[in-house]
Design a protein around this ligand. Structure first.
Ligand SMILES: Cc1ncc(COP(=O)(O)O)c(C=O)c1O
Length: 395
């Protein structure tokens, strides 16, 4: 069977070895604790589910939805942006609901990338930015996100000949996997950079509501003139524990929104309407769940960072996002370290190399495992540390 070059070119799944080992361990009855997946363990808040069930019983919601989403949903998204960020959006021209942000991110490349075009992609980064680029025939140019630059890209290090071919730039703050944050000054610089180089900007902000110690992440759309150059993706997945319902949005520049809407109306038939009503409830109903979830993650964050530091892994408490980004101990690659933890103490962490070359030297731990698993996982990490100390050569 001949597979398309497009699919053949997709990067191989980097965690094949680890996934196989997890499956083998589970099959032989071993209890594996996973810090790997960023998928909230707490259920969707009850008032959102009630609205979903009520809408699911109404026959008018059993039919094909509109690709552009219910006008009431688009208005709720605009209302939420106004309340949360003070950003005004035209709900007809500047808002597009999505079937989760992953599909919108991948599809955006087909709207602004022709074969041979270059796309600026953060490294380490969420893999879909480069996958969408490759599927559209573009070339990712990886912008290193380094600790010494607070994991922000160095715009003046991008060569002019790269910029000449660049059509689109991806950014993501609060960041997966580094958990770094960006402020409005940074976003203002991005707008000037994009205007100067004639590049469209896609800012991916699914973690804007997951933040700690009272910190409130900024929106790209709060930057001056941001709507002239870009859009922002936001998702209900992490803000309202709705990963399974698949609902998100792109907002901002009307030409970019129109392009994505045109593409998607040819590919999918919109979001099931009952889920759209659940999203309306999430965006316009009580918001207490956000603080409640953040208090829970903050408590877990402090426990995880404490244990990691005691293990000799350098890890700072993140201000936002669901992840702790920790340096691996000397003498290991990220894959070797992850492998060792799995082998010796049945704990899964994500090797940084899976997010790009500059993720090497780090592992990512997610805070979305329930408290009992978290406690078990942390005591196993401590066990790993103790076994190392036992065998450490005396000097
Ligand atoms: C940075 C980033 N963007 C987008 C997504 C996709 O979110 P969803 O498709 O659930 O909206 C994720 C999921 O983990 C993510 O980490």
């Amino acid at each position: 069977m001949k597979m398309s070059k497009r699919v053949e070119k997709l990067p191989p799944y980097l965690f094949v070895g680890i996934s196989r080992k997890i499956a083998e361990k589970k099959a032989s009855g071993e209890d594996v604790v996973s810090f790997a997946i960023g998928d909230p363990d707490v259920p969707t808040p009850p008032h959102i589910i009630d609205r979903l069930c009520e809408a699911a019983r109404q026959p008018e919601n059993h039919r094909y939805p509109e690709s552009a989403g219910l006008p009431e949903l688009r208005k709720s998204i605009a209302y939420w942006y106004q309340q949360r960020f003070g950003v005004s959006l035209d709900s007809d021209r500047e808002v597009l609901p999505l079937l989760g942000s992953k599909e919108g991110i991948a599809h955006m490349a087909f709207c602004f990338v022709d074969p041979g075009d270059t796309v600026l992609v953060p490294d380490p980064g969420y893999p879909v930015y480069s996958v969408g680029t490759l599927l559209a025939g573009g070339h990712p140019y990886y912008m290193p996100l380094l600790d010494k630059n607070a994991f922000l890209p160095e715009l003046d290090k991008i060569p002019t000949d790269v910029l000449r071919k660049t059509t689109l730039m991806w950014l993501n703050y609060p960041n997966n996997p580094t958990s770094a944050v960006a402020d409005i000054d940074f976003f203002n610089r991005i707008v000037s950079f994009a205007q100067k180089n004639n590049i469209v900007v896609c800012h991916d902000g699914p973690y804007s509501e997951v933040a700690y110690d009272g910190y409130k992440p900024a929106s790209f759309l709060q930057a001056n003139d941001s709507k002239t150059v870009g859009v922002e993706f936001h998702s209900l997945s992490k803000s309202y524990n709705m990963t399974g319902w698949r609902i998100a949005m792109a907002v901002g520049n009307p030409t970019m929104i129109e392009a994505l809407k045109r593409l998607k109306s040819n590919l999918d038939s919109g979001i099931p309407q009952a889920i759209q009503y659940a999203a309306i409830e999430a965006l316009t109903g009580p918001q207490d769940c956000i603080d409640e979830h953040n208090a829970l993650y903050q408590r877990r964050r402090d426990l995880v960072v404490d244990v990691l530091n005691k293990m000799g892994l350098e890890a700072r408490p993140p201000q936002a996002s669901l992840y702790v980004w920790a340096r691996v101990p000397n003498g290991y690659t990220s894959m070797e370290f992850a492998d060792d933890l799995l082998e010796k103490v049945n704990v899964v962490v994500t090797p940084g190399i899976g997010y790009g070359k500059h993720g090497e030297g780090y592992v990512r731990l997610s805070l979305t495992l329930n408290d009992a698993s978290l406690v078990k996982g942390l005591s196993r990490l401590a066990e790993w540390r103790d076994s190392k100390n036992r065998f450490k050569p005396k000097v």
